[in-house]
Design a protein. Sequence first.
Length: 293
Amino acid sequence: MLLPKFDFHEPATIAEACQMMAEFGSEARLIAGGTDLMVNMKHKVISPNHVVSLSRIDDLKKLDLSDSTVKIGACFTVAEITESEEIGKKLSALRTGARALGSPLVRNRATIGGNLGTARPAADLPPSLMVYDAKVVLTKSSGEREVSLDSFFKGPGVTEIQPDEILTEIRVDVPPPHAGAGYINLGIRQAQDCNLVNVASYIALDGPDGTIQSARVVMGCVGPTHLRASSAEKLLIGEKPSDELFEKAGEAAMGDCTPIDDFRGSAQYKKAMVGVLTKRTLGIALKEAKDRG
């Protein structure tokens, strides 16, 4: 299957790439790992006149770690996330999500920015970043803006990114002591499968054996985009963690999702799995919160 004709550009800096996107606008597409773009172009889903490669821009491949913040360049690969011990210590759910993504071949090519930018409701990285209240930096020639992932996704394949903007960085505040997160994905098969349901949960306690001070539960594959289980979160805050509480939170999360029947499974089954995975990920989060005290 042949690719359609297009002009290929390789800017060396973010500024140069922004200038190109400002010039070409909606006629251009960005490429980093190419794991989605090339497939879509071969199948004539999209036929851009210009393809702007980010592969030569070293500033997009950086990982900046401090005691308070993790900053990840948009072209940092999924494989690099899985291999980073520091990311594993500070953002364990993110590394778990990265390890669940595709095959080793795909992880070596796919980038964190690309996985977010394609806005697939079944993607592994969005929930495992949203659960940490992550933000993305969108850059254009006239400046940059920071957008919460909660408002970044607008629908399947649709994001807050404008035609003249580039997603350049992901920023995450390091969780405080007594906080933890968990991520689980469920597919039809065991490997290289599109997710049926995925859930990430986060809790922060007010002390070693304290009550839940803040909570986030993020669901994927059960709506037009990734969803916050707001009812479950409200139920958790101010309570002492327990299996019974997490069971109730799972039931609440089932009411917060809007799955559909499709070839992967029924809406009823997906809802049931949201309840199961919410309880399990909260258990993982609690264990980490106690270990990080």
